[in-house]
Design a protein around this ligand. Structure first.
Ligand SMILES: CC(C)(COP(=O)([O-])OP(=O)([O-])OC[C@H]1O[C@@H](n2cnc3c(N)ncnc32)[C@H](O)[C@@H]1OP(=O)([O-])[O-])[C@@H](O)C(=O)NCCC(=O)NCCSC(=O)C[C@@](C)(O)CC(=O)[O-]
Ligand SMILES: NC(=O)C1=CN([C@@H]2O[C@H](COP(=O)(O)OP(=O)(O)OC[C@H]3O[C@@H](n4cnc5c(N)ncnc54)[C@H](OP(=O)(O)O)[C@@H]3O)[C@@H](O)[C@H]2O)C=CC1
Length: 403
C-alpha cells in the first residue's frame, strides 16, 4: 500500500499531480500526502486540520484536493416550537458559527417565542431556477424564440424531466434584452436544493430550443437565475423556498425577558430595518437573518455561498393591542435535505437534530421543514437583536460573550 510520504515524493518528482492522488491511495492517505506538501511549502502545521472525524472518502463528492477539515463550533438554540405546515413540534436548532453571542441571542429569541406558544411558519412558494442565455440575430428573432417557448412548454418539460426522477419543470419565464434571450426555468426540486438537478435538466431543454429555433446557447447560466449574487429578481419572484414565520409576544414577556417594550421594537424596526435599509439601497430589510441562515447552512450541509440569497429577508414589527407582533419573510432560501453537502457525516447529524435527514414523505416535505425551522431561527435572532439594540445591550453583550 502506498504511504503518504512516497505519494508526496512522486508529486515532488512531477510523476503525479496533486489532484491525482486518490487514484493511487485511499482518500485519507491522499489527504495526508497533500498536507505534507503544503506544510513543506508553507511552513504551516496542519495537525489540527488533519484531525477529522470521518473517512475522507465520504467527502469525495464535496471537495477536490482535500487536505483535511476546518472545524466550526456547533451549538444548539432552543428547543423552540415550530408551528409549520411541514413540521409542527419542538426542535433544537443546530447552528455552526464563530460569532460569540449569536447562539445566546437566538436561544433567547427561542425562549421568548416559546413563551408565546411557538412561532408559525409556512413555505408560500417553491422553485429552483436556472436561466440560460441565447444569442439571436435581432429583436424579431427574439420574439420568435419567446413565442416558440410559450407554445412548446410541454416539449421542454418532457426533455428536462427525462434527466431526473424527482425534478418537475413548473414554468419557463422569458426575458429579452436586445438580441439576448433569457429563459428562466423553474423546477420543483423536492428535497434537493436542486442546482445540479436543474442545471442538468435545463441543458437537455436547451438542446430542444436550439434545434427548434434560431437561438444559440451562449451560457447555461445567464445570471437571471440568479445564483450566488445579490439580485432583486430573487427578492421579488423567489428562488428555492419563499418562507415566512411570525409570532405575537405578550407585552409582559417583552418587558421581562427582552428588557424593552413592543413600541420601542416597532419603532426601531421601522427606522433601522425599513428606512435605514431603504436609504442604504439594501436588499436585506432585516437585522441579521444572514447570521442564522449561515449558521444553520453550515450545520446542515447547505451550499454556504447561497447565504447571499438566503439573507433576502424583510422583518416587520408592530404593536397589536399592546403586544408585539413580529414577522420575517425569507424570499429565496435555497435548501435541501438530500444531495450536496448534506451527505457529509457531521452535516447529516445536524439534519438528524431536526429529524429531517434525506428524502421526505411526501418528497419535498423535509426540505420544506428545514426552511420552516430556519425561518423560525431567523425570527428568534431578529427578536433578540432588535431587543438588544432597543435596550442598548448590543455592545455590552458582545464585549461579554464575543471577545
Ligand atoms: C446576549 C444576550 C442574549 C443577553 O441577553 P440578557 O437578556 O441580558 O441575558 P440573560 O442572562 O437574562 O438570559 C436571557 C436568555 O438569553 C439566553 N442566553 C443568555 N446567555 C446565554 C448563553 N451564554 N448561552 C446560551 N443562551 C444564553 C437564554 O435563553 C437566557 O434565558 P435562560 O435560558 O437563562 O432562561 C442579549 O444581549 C442579545 O441577544 N444580544 C444581541 C446579540 C446578537 O444578536 N448578536 C449577533 C448579531 S450582531 C451582528 O452580527 C450583526 C449586526 C449587529 O452588525 C447587524 C446590524 O447592523 O444590525
Ligand atoms: N451545477 C451547478 O451549476 C451548481 C451546483 N451546485 C451544487 O449542487 C449541489 C446540489 O445540487 P442538487 O441537485 O440538490 O444535489 P445532487 O446533485 O446531490 O442531486 C441530488 C439528487 O438526489 C436525488 N433524490 C433522491 N431522493 C430525492 C428527493 N426526495 N428529492 C429530491 N431529489 C432526490 C435526485 O435524483 P433524480 O434527479 O434522479 O431524481 C437528485 O437529483 C451542491 O453540492 C451545490 O454545491 C451549486 C450551485 C450551482
Amino acid at each position: 500500500m502506498t504511504d503518504a510520504a512516497s505519494l508526496a515524493d512522486r508529486v515532488r518528482e512531477g510523476e503525479l499531480r496533486l489532484h491525482e492522488l486518490e487514484a493511487h491511495a485511499d482518500a485519507d492517505v491522499a489527504a495526508e500526502a497533500r498536507r505534507l506538501l503544503v506544510e513543506e511549502q508553507s511552513g504551516a502545521s496542519l495537525d489540527t486540520v488533519g484531525n477529522y472525524g470521518f473517512p475522507a472518502e465520504e467527502a469525495e463528492t464535496a471537495i477536490e484536493n482535500m487536505v483535511g477539515t476546518i472545524q466550526v463550533p456547533l451549538g444548539v438554540a432552543g428547543p423552540v416550537t415550530v408551528n409549520g405546515a411541514a413540521v409542527s413540534e419542538e426542535k433544537y436548532l443546530p447552528l455552526a458559527t464563530t460569532e460569540g453571542a449569536l447562539l445566546a441571542s437566538v436561544n433567547r429569541g427561542c425562549s421568548v417565542i416559546n413563551s408565546a406558544g411557538g412561532a408559525t411558519a409556512r413555505v408560500l412558494k417553491s422553485g429552483m431556477t436556472r436561466a440560460p442565455v441565447f444569442r439571436v440575430a435581432d429583436v424579431a428573432e427574439a420574439e420568435a424564440l419567446v413565442s416558440w417557448t410559450r407554445d412548446n412548454f410541454e416539449a421542454l418539460k418532457e426533455a428536462a424531466e427525462e434527466t431526473t426522477n424527482h425534478g418537475e419543470l413548473l414554468d419557463v419565464t422569458p426575458y429579452v434584452v436586445g438580441n439576448s434571450v433569457y429563459l428562466r426555468f423553474r423546477y420543483d426540486s423536492k428535497d434537493a436544493m436542486g442546482m445540479n438537478m436543474v442545471t442538468i435538466a435545463t441543458e437537455a431543454a436547451c438542446d430542444v430550443v436550439e434545434s427548434e429555433t434560431t437561438g444559440s446557447l451562449v451560457a447555461l447560466s445567464g445570471n437571471l437565475c440568479t445564483d450566488k449574487k445579490p439580485a432583486a429578481i430573487n427578492a421579488v419572484e423567489g428562488r428555492g423556498r419563499s418562507v415566512t414565520a411570525d409570532v405575537r409576544i405578550p407585552r409582559d414577556v417583552v418587558e421581562e425577558r427582552l428588557h424593552t417594550t413592543p413600541e420601542a421594537i416597532a419603532e426601531l424596526n421601522t427606522r433601522k430595518n425599513l428606512v435605514g435599509s431603504a436609504k442604504a439601497a439594501s436588499l436585506g430589510f432585516n437585522a441579521h437573518v444572514a447570521n442564522v441562515v449561515a449558521a444553520m447552512f453550515l450545520a446542515t450541509g447547505q451550499d454556504e455561498a447561497q447565504v447571499v440569497e438566503g439573507a433576502n429577508a424583510i422583518t416587520t414589527a408592530e404593536v397589536q393591542d399592546g403586544d408585539l407582533y413580529v414577522s420575517v419573510s425569507l424570499a429565496s432560501l435555497e435548501v435541501g435535505t438530500i444531495g450536496g453537502g448534506t451527505k457529509l457525516p457531521t452535516q447529516a447529524e445536524g439534519l438528524d437534530i431536526l429529524g429531517i435527514r434525506g428524502g421526505g414523505d411526501p418528497a419535498g416535505s423535509n426540505a420544506d421543514a428545514l426552511a420552516e425551522c430556519i425561518a423560525v431561527g431567523s425570527l428568534a435572532g431578529e427578536l433578540s437583536l432588535l431587543s438588544a439594540l432597543a435596550s442598548r445591550h448590543l455592545s455590552s453583550a458582545h464585549a461579554k460573550l464575543g471577545r
